[in-house]
Ligand binder design. Structure first.
Ligand SMILES: Nc1ncnc2c1ncn2[C@@H]1O[C@H](COP(=O)(O)OP(=O)(O)O)[C@@H](O)[C@H]1O
Ligand SMILES: [Mg+2]
Length: 629
C-alpha cells in the first residue's frame, strides 16, 4: 500500500467523528446484532424541521418572557447609544471645533459636549452589560430545563434503547449539542438582533448625513463582501480538511491511549508511531494551508476597506470644498462607513451558528421523542409480598421480531428452588433472565410470577423483587459501602458488612486502603475483575428480593473463593427462587433443575444425576468440565 492510500484509510477509520446521527424511531427491524446496522442509521447535518424546532426551543424560554423583553430593550438602548454617540461628533466638530462662521473653537462647550457623549456611550455600555447578564440567566435556565427533560427521558427508556444506541453518541447529545443550543440562546440571537438594528440605524444615519457618500459605500460594500466570500470559500475548504485531519489525529490518540496495553502486548509501538507520524504530518500540512488562508482573509478585507475609506474621504473632501458639506458630517460618515461592514460579517457568521444550533437542538429533541417504556396498566397488580413462584410457559422471543432467539421455553420454579442454565455462549441464557424482569417483552407465551402475568405487575414492584447480578458488572463512583448499599438503600452498615461476608468480599475489602470507605472510580478500575464481581454479588445479597438471578456472577473468581461464596449463598438462597447461569460444574451440580440450552431451546432438563445418566449434551459438557476442574 502506498503512503497516500495508507493515510486515506487511516483517516477514514479514525477521522470519523462520533457517530453523530439521528435515531431511527423505536429500534425497528435492523440487521442482526453486532452488524453495522446496530450502530447507527440515517443522519442530518442541517435541521430538517427548522420551524418546529425553533418553536419548541422558544417553549423553553416561556417562563422568562419579561426578562427577554428587558434584554431586547437593552439591546435597542445599546444600539441607539452607540449610533447617537458617534453621530454627536458632527455637531461637536461643527459647533465647538471648527464653527461654520469661521470663529475660534469653544473649549468649555467642547468639554460639556464630550461629557454628554461619554454619558451616552456609558448608557449604551451599561445596557449591554445588563443585556448580557439577563441573557445568560435566561439561556442557562432554559438549558437546565432541557438537560433535566433529557435526563428524565433517559431514565424512562427501555433497555432496548441503550442496547441499540452508542454511549458516545448519547453523551455528545448531552454535552456538545446542548452547549451549541446554549451558545445560540445566550449569544447568537442577541447578536443577530443587534446586528440588524445597527445596520438599519447606521444606514439611516448615513443617508441622513449625506446621500451621495452613502451611494459610494453601497457600491463598495458588495465588492468587499464578494472578495471576502471568495477567500472564505477557499479557506473553508482548507478548514474542513484541517478539521478532518485533526479528528483523525485525535481519534488515533484516543484509541492508542485506551488500547495502550494491547499495543504493548503485541509490540505494535513502532507501527503505531509510524501511523501516527503519517497522520501528524498530514495535519501539519492542512493546518498550514488553512491558517494561511484564514490569515489572508483579514488583510484582503482590510485592504478593501482601506480603499473604501480613502475613496469616501476623497469624495467627501471634494463635497466639503465644492458642495458645502460640513467637516463634522464627513468625520462621522467616515466612521459609519467603517462600522457598516462589521455587522454584515457578523450576521453571516451567526447564521451558520444558528443552523448548527438548530441541528443540535433537533438531535436533543429526537432523543426526547423516543418512546419511553410503556406505562404500566392502570390496574397493574402489586404483589406484596411476592412469594417467588416463577413460571415460563411456551415463551418465544427475539430482539428483532423476525429473528427468533428463544423458542418455546417452559419451566417452573418454586420458592427456594435453584434453577441452573447451562449451554454454550450465545445460547440465550442471559436473554431468559432479561425477560423475567421485563427488560424486554416476550412475543409469545406467558411468564407468570405467583400466578400473575408479569405484564400485569407494576414494573417497579417486579424489579424490586428480583435481585440480579448482571453479566456485565458495574460499580458507581462512590465508596465500597455505598456501592453495596445500592442493593437496598435502608441497609445498615452491619448489614452491608454481613452481605460482603456472604459474598466473600469482606476480607479483600478490609485490605483496601480505607476499607469500606475506599472510593471506587471509573467502574472500579482499581479492583480486579473478580473483586468487582464479588461486590456485585454483595449488592444482590443485601437485597431481600425473593427472586435472585446470578448471570455468570462468579466467572472471574477462583474456584476456592467460589466455594466460599456458595456456602454463604446457600443460606441466602434458602427461601428464594434462584436462577444461576454458570460455566462451572460445582456451581450448578446441586441445583434442583438444570436446563441445557442450545440455540435458544431447552434440549435437556433434569437434575445432575438424571442428566449424567442420559449421556447427552450435559454429559458431554460435564465430562469436559470435570477435566478442566
Ligand atoms: N441486545 C441484543 N440485541 C440483539 N441481539 C442480542 C442482544 N443480546 C443478545 N443478543 C443475541 O441473542 C443471542 C443470545 O444471547 P445471550 O442470551 O446473551 O447468550 P448467552 O447464553 O451467552 O448469555 C445471541 O445470538 C446474541 O447475539
Ligand atoms: Mg450471557
Amino acid at each position: 500500500m502506498s503512503q497516500e492510500e495508507k493515510l486515506e484509510s487511516l483517516k477514514k477509520r479514525y477521522g470519523r467523528k462520533r457517530p453523530a446521527e439521528g435515531f431511527g424511531g423505536p429500534a425497528g427491524p435492523g440487521p442482526g446484532p453486532g452488524g453495522p446496522g446496530r450502530a447507527k442509521r440515517m443522519g442530518f447535518g442541517r435541521p430538517a424541521n427548522g420551524k418546529g424546532t425553533i418553536l419548541r426551543l422558544l417553549g423553553y424560554l416561556k417562563g422568562d418572557t419579561l426578562k427577554l423583553f428587558l434584554a431586547f430593550v437593552c439591546i435597542i438602548l445599546n444600539t441607539i447609544g452607540t449610533l447617537l454617540g458617534s453621530y454627536l461628533l458632527r455637531p461637536i466638530i461643527n459647533t465647538y471645533i471648527v464653527p461654520a462662521d469661521g470663529s475660534r473653537g469653544d473649549p468649555a462647550g467642547l468639554t460639556r459636549a464630550l461629557a454628554l457623549m461619554a454619558f451616552i456611550y456609558l448608557v449604551g455600555v451599561g445596557a449591554n452589560y445588563l443585556q448580557a447578564r439577563i441573557m445568560l440567566t435566561v439561556a442557562q435556565t432554559a438549558l437546565k430545563k432541557i438537560r433535566n427533560d433529557l435526563f428524565g427521558k433517559m431514565q424512562s427508556f427501555p433497555v432496548r434503547f441503550y442496547d441499540t444506541n452508542s454511549n458516545g453518541d448519547l453523551m455528545s447529545r448531552f454535552t456538545n449539542d446542548v452547549d451549541t443550543v446554549g451558545m445560540m440562546l445566550s449569544n447568537t440571537l442577541v447578536q443577530l438582533f443587534a446586528g440588524i438594528l445597527s445596520i438599519i440605524g447606521t444606514l439611516l444615519l448615513m443617508i441622513y448625513t449625506n446621500l451621495w457618500l452613502t451611494l459610494v459605500t453601497l457600491v463598495m460594500i458588495p465588492l468587499m463582501m464578494r472578495a471576502g466570500k471568495a477567500v472564505a470559500k477557499r479557506s473553508h475548504r482548507f478548514f474542513s480538511a484541517q478539521q478532518a485531519s485533526l479528528g483523525a489525529v485525535n481519534g488515533y490518540i484516543e484509541e492508542m491511549i485506551t488500547g495502550q496495553k494491547v499495543v504493548k502486548v503485541f509490540c505494535h509501538e513502532q507501527a503505531a508511531q509510524e501511523e501516527f507520524d503519517l497522520l501528524n504530518r498530514d495535519l501539519r500540512d492542512n493546518q498550514i494551508r488553512a491558517q494561511f488562508f484564514g490569515g489572508v482573509m483579514g488583510p484582503v478585507m482590510g485592504n478593501l476597506s482601506q480603499v473604501n475609506y480613502s475613496l469616501t474621504a476623497c469624495i467627501g473632501g471634494l463635497l466639503c470644498i465644492f458642495r458645502n458639506f460640513d467637516v463634522g458630517g464627513l468625520t462621522v460618515f467616515l466612521n459609519f462607513s467603517r462600522q457598516f461592514s462589521r455587522p454584515i460579517n457578523e450576521i453571516s457568521m451567526q447564521i451558520s451558528n444558528v443552523f448548527s444550533a438548530l441541528a443540535g437542538a433537533e438531535r436533543v429533541f429526537s432523543v426526547m421523542d423516543e418512546a419511553p417504556e410503556p406505562a404500566d396498566d392502570t390496574d397493574a397488580a402489586v404483589l406484596e409480598p411476592m412469594k417467588g413462584h416463577v413460571a415460563l410457559d411456551h415463551v418465544t422471543f427475539g430482539y428483532y421480531p423476525e429473528q427468533v432467539i428463544l423458542k418455546d421455553i417452559s419451566l417452573y420454579a418454586k420458592p427456594g428452588q435453584k434453577i441452573a442454565f447451562v449451554g454454550s455462549t450465545g445460547a440465550g441464557k442471559t436473554t431468559i433472565t432479561n425477560l423475567i424482569n421485563r427488560f424486554y417483552d416476550i412475543q409469545g407465551g406467558t411468564i407468570t410470577i405467583d400466578g400473575v402475568d408479569i405484564r400485569h405487575i407494576r414494573r417497579d414492584n417486579l424489579r424490586k423483587n428480583i435481585a440480579m447480578v448482571l453479566q456485565d458488572t458495574h460499580l458507581f463512583t462512590g465508596t465500597v459501602m455505598e456501592n453495596i448499599r445500592y442493593g437496598r438503600l435502608d441497609a445498615t452498615d452491619e448489614e452491608v458488612i454481613q452481605a460482603a461476608k456472604t459474598a466473600s468480599a469482606h476480607s479483600f475489602i478490609n485490605r483496601l486502603p480505607q476499607g469500606y470507605q475506599t472510593m471506587l472510580e471509573g467502574d472500579g478500575a482499581n479492583l480486579s475483575q473478580g473483586q468487582r464481581q464479588l461486590l456485585n454479588i454483595a449488592r444482590a445479597a443485601i437485597s431481600r428480593a425473593p427472586i435472585l438471578i446470578l448471570d455468570e456472577a462468579t466467572s472471574s473468581v477462583d474456584t476456592r473463593t467460589e466455594k466460599h461464596i456458595e456456602h454463604g449463598m446457600d443460606r441466602l438462597m434458602a427461601n428464594r427462587t434462584t436462577f444461576v447461569i454458570a460455566h462451572r460444574l460445582s456451581t450448578v451440580r446441586n441445583a434442583n433443575a438444570i436446563m441445557v440450552l442450545e440455540h435458544g431451546e431447552i434440549i435437556e432438563r433434569g437434575d445432575h444425576e438424571d442428566l449424567v445418566a442420559q449421556k447427552g449434551r450435559y454429559y458431554e459438557l460435564y465430562t469436559g468440565l470435570s477435566e478442566l476442574e
